[in-house]
Design a binder for this molecule. Structure first.
Ligand code: 3PG
Length: 211
């Protein structure tokens, strides 16, 4: 499997919930809330100890969902994520070892790239979808548009500062394949086990995407 295998799903969902989960027990109700809200997809980040088991739990109980691992910064994490069942890997930056591991193991990888040099590194591996993180601080949509001029084959997944208010603007640009964000499932709501609100925020985001 490579990036292009996931292209239709990314183009359909247009928004990837970025999840930071502290308690494994929250993984299933959280996934169910996202799916019920219209996004049966999540990037579960390696920012917490619970990430690996959360990925394992959701991928085995909800095989119909598209579950990837985020914040992958080294090969050891990449291996643990894939072993737990992650269908794709997302990295905040450009790490050749992570990319090479992903290619060798046929797992789609979305490395972070905010500069021409990083984009050109991704292109060495025939990757044409990169994460653009942190999107807001790196100049947002105007930077993505400027980067798209010399790199028209690259599609961006902006993450970091995406919200209900700017989602439409990012998605309107053809160089953006999908956005990533935590706004529909913020850590506070997960820890409060307010899955009803997460479902409602997800449904609202989906309605904005399709409006
Ligand atoms: C990420 O890990 O991709 C981002 O931290 C998510 O950013 P957000 O919380 O601003 O959506």
């Amino acid at each position: 499997m490579n990036q292009t295998t996931l292209l239709p799903q990314l183009e359909t969902y247009k928004l990837i919930p970025v999840i930071k989960i502290d308690h494994v027990d929250d993984a299933l109700p959280l996934s169910d809330a996202l799916a019920a809200g219209g996004l049966p997809v999540a990037e579960i980040t390696f920012r917490t100890e619970a990430a690996v088991e959360a990925i394992r739990k959701v991928t085995s109980a909800r095989p119909e969902m598209l579950i990837g691992a985020g914040t992958i910064v080294n090969v050891e994490q990449a291996k643990r994520a894939v072993d737990a069942g992650a269908s794709f890997l997302v990295s905040p930056g450009m790490n050749r070892a992570v990319i090479e591991f992903s290619i060798e193991n046929n797992v789609p990888v979305f490395p972070g790239a905010c500069t021409p040099t990083e984009i050109m590194t991704a292109m060495e591996y025939d990757l044409n979808i990169v994460k653009f993180f942190p999107a807001k601080q790196y100049g947002g949509l105007s930077t993505i548009k400027a980067l798209s001029a010399p790199f028209p084959s690259i599609r961006f997944m902006p993450t970091g500062g995406i919200s209900e208010t700017n989602l439409t603007e990012f998605l309107a640009f053809s160089g953006v394949i999908a956005c990533g964000g935590s706004f529909m499932a913020p850590g506070k709501l997960i820890n409060e086990k307010n899955f009803a609100e997460i479902q409602a925020l997800t449904a609202k985001a989906v309605s904005i995407i399709h409006s």
